[in-house]
Design a protein around this ligand. Structure first.
Ligand code: FES
Ligand SMILES: [Fe+2]
Length: 365
């Protein structure tokens, strides 16, 4: 599979990585060791030692130097990927003892890895500032799952929320949620799909968080997509005819990172933003219920469906052998795929990955 290289990919929620800790993620088929220095800064190296291919993520972040030490025979690498300590023999360091380094930044409480070969551009990280510390609202758990499915199937799923009426019936959708006004807006490299409905029954999840009285509402949903698969979903309800500002907004985060052609990571979190306190409720119980409902919907409803779709694709021999029959609801997913394909085509040749630096064969020490 060809990936978009000059892009930021979410590796983890920032809170999962303590100072001195390293984790491993395979992103775009490349194993990456992501670690936090003792001073709090984050860095990334190819997760494969050039000596005997041990995962560097299993090693330790050295006190003082902050070098990442290979757990197998103790070579140490600095954050540029150069080997700087060889504890064996004369200590000579062959030129080939180096690994690729990956820029990692901490932004909006997430760790983002730059998988490209061009200079990293932090302005390409989409705005998720509502997740920043101190931002208003009540956040659900910063959660994540892994899926055995092509990450593009997850984007298809999110860009067409008509599936909520069926797959998430009784939680995030009901039969009435099918009847929407659909608007698709392309803004540069960003795509929006907006769904609005007036004077309809609220979905159970929203009713619970709003007034818990089953009374009709106006509702809106705005899904924002940025390549490769970073989405924000604004979903809200208000009393019929009332301004949105008097209603309830739930800002959902959906960050999909391809691991391989048929596996991906899915990070999610939602922030409830409203001046209105849900009846007989407090922030803690809202956050807990929101967390539980979202985890259930994504892990126990979307994931089995997406993985079953992937098995169908695999049975056919690959996505090129299984063309879907399109419906009216597929306009936005198709548009997002085309925009992604265009950006991948525009990045030109030579953007293929490698965990090792292109240097000559190492001589024994
Ligand atoms: S495998 Fe890393 S030092 Fe031997
Ligand atoms: Fe879903």
């Amino acid at each position: 599979m060809e990936y978009l290289r000059n892009a930021w990919y979410v590796a983890a929620w920032a809170e999962t990585l303590e100072p001195g800790q390293a984790i491993s993620r395979t992103i775009c088929d490349e194993p990456v060791a992501i670690y936090r220095r003792h001073d709090g800064a984050v860095a990334g190296l190819a997760d494969q030692c050039p000596h005997r291919f041990a995962p560097l993520s299993m090693g330790q972040v050295c006190e003082g130097s902050n070098n990442l030490e290979c757990p197998y025979h103790g070579l140490q690498f600095d954050e540029t990927g150069d080997c700087v300590v060889n504890p064996h023999g004369t200590g000579r360091i062959p030129a080939a003892l180096k690994v690729r380094s990956y820029p990692v930044v901490e932004s909006h409480t997430l760790l983002w890895v730059w998988m490209g070969y061009d200079e990293p551009d932090v302005s390409l990280i989409p705005d998720f500032s509502y997740l920043d510390p101190g931002a208003p609202g009540t956040a659900s758990k910063r959660d994540w799952i892994t899926l055995e499915a092509d990450y593009r199937l997850v984007v298809d799923n999110l860009m067409d929320l008509s599936h909520a009426s069926f797959l998430h019936r009784g939680i995030l959708g009901n039969p009435e949620t099918l009847d929407v006004e659909l608007e698709i807006v392309e803004d540069g490299n960003t795509l929006y799909v907006n769904r609005t409905r007036g004077d309809v029954a609220p979905t159970p999840m929203f009713d619970l968080m709003f007034k818990n009285d089953r009374a009709n509402v106006d509702s809106w949903s705005e899904m924002r997509w940025d390549a490769p698969a970073n989405l924000r979903h604004d979903a809200g309800i208000t009393e019929p005819g009332s301004p949105r500002s008097e209603g309830l907004l739930v800002r959902g985060t959906h960050l999909i990172t391809p691991s391989s052609k048929d596996t991906c990571y899915y990070h999610f979190c939602a922030v409830r933003i409203s001046d209105r306190v849900a009846p007989a409720d407090d922030d803690t119980s809202i956050a807990e219920r929101l967390s539980a409902m979202r985890r259930f919907a994504f892990d126990e409803q979307d994931r089995p469906m997406l993985e079953a779709q992937q098995r169908a694709v695999d049975r056919a021999g690959g996505p090129e052998f299984l063309q879907p029959v399109m419906l009216s609801v597929d306009t936005a997913p198709i548009r997002a795929r085309r925009m992604l394909e265009r950006q991948i085509a525009d990045q030109g040749p030579g953007q293929t990955g490698s965990v090792t630096s292109p240097v000559s064969i190492a001589l024994p020490n």
